[in-house]
Design a binder for this molecule. Structure first.
Ligand SMILES: [Zn+2]
Length: 325
């Protein structure tokens, strides 16, 4: 496994509105620090990120959204934090995704690092883990939300599509990736499969239902597998098998995994009850699919307990690398 780290430590959102109250924002660099330390203290191949033109953002987002975000950030001073109080106002669909003066800049760096990692895999065939933030899977074509500003994974998959490379995106964050679904809902060349807490109860509430399968012409290229809160491995395992079978049938050229560790029992945000060792099973199952497809990247999404993230990551890596390492 090759690694690319882009944690944008200069971007630390402090607030969000949850259930009507202003609370501490959890999407901070600290949540991934233990994983970073592990990667840096082991002998992995570390990649540098390239800088791409801002135009790559248009692969997945509307120009009016990109320009809005850029201009709004320019109006903010170094200590300002703009927090929308109403859903779908100011091109932010929730109240958990504040803007700071450097939000545009760091979100673009997360995009650059994701694309750099994907291009590394394309060139070397080595699996690549892109440890980055802010995450991306909630970012829609025209809206930020869920701590996400640009959809890192979606931009990378759209880029691959311009090279006639068909991707499948497997999203194993606790939350449904409404942004990724939004971007690919009418795209028959990219498969989006997500296993997540049922939106009947959990964020983002309005999407992630089983019957959302893609628009006409792209039917079957969007697959949602919602499962109940409190789910343990015995419930998660068949969902993962179903997801991986769907991916194998699609026969993608490239697999991108949106990895969120907020499925862990100790995560303060997600509501599953997955344990450390379950991530080894996930890693192992992914390695088998990877052997058939030949190209895989892991891109960091959620996970809000530094220690749970670290243990889940270690197990996922061990399960994936197995005897190859
Ligand atoms: Zn999440």
């Amino acid at each position: 496994m090759d690694f690319l780290i882009q944690l944008n430590k200069e971007f630390v959102p402090t607030k969000e509105i949850d259930n009507g109250k202003i609370v501490k924002n959890r999407e901070t660099p600290d949540r991934l620090k233990k994983i970073e330390n592990y990667i840096l203290s082991n002998n992995f191949r570390l990649l540098e990120s390239s800088e791409f033109s801002e135009d790559i953002i248009y692969l997945a987002h509307k120009s009016e959204y990109k320009e809005y975000l850029k201009e709004k950030c320019q109006t903010l001073g170094e200590k300002d934090e703009y927090l929308p109080e109403v859903f779908f106002v100011d091109k932010i669909f929730d109240t958990g995704t504040p803007l700071k003066h450097n939000t545009f800049e760091v979100a673009k760096k997360a995009v650059d690092s994701t694309l750099s990692g994907v291009l590394n895999t394309l060139a070397t065939k080595n699996p690549t883990y892109i440890l980055t933030r802010p995450p991306g899977h909630h970012a829609m074509r025209n809206y930020a939300g869920g701590y996400c500003y640009f959809n890192n994974v979606a931009i990378a998959a759209k880029y691959l599509e311009t090279k006639e490379i068909r991707s499948a995106i497997l999203d194993i964050d606790f939350h449904h990736g409404n942004g990724t679904q939004d971007i690919f809902y009418d795209d028959k060349n990219v498969l989006y499969v997500s296993i997540h807490g049922t939106p009947k109860i959990f964020y983002p509430w309005y999407s992630g239902f089983e019957n959302e399968s893609g628009t006409e012409g792209a039917e079957g290229t969007n697959k949602n597998i919602p499962i109940p809160g409190g789910a343990t491995w015995d419930i998660y395992k068949p969902a993962l098998e179903e997801a991986l079978n769907t991916i194998e049938k699609f026969k993608p050229d490239f697999l991108i995994v949106s990895v969120g560790y907020d499925t862990h029992v100790k995560d303060p945000v997600g509501h599953f009850a997955m344990e450390d060792k379950d991530y080894k099973e996930i890693g192992n199952a992914l390695s088998k699919v990877y052997e058939k497809i030949g190209f895989i990247c892991f891109v960091q999404e959620g996970g809000y307990s530094a220690s749970a993230n670290y243990k889940a990551f270690l197990n996922l890596l061990e399960g994936f690398e197995g005897t190859r390492r």
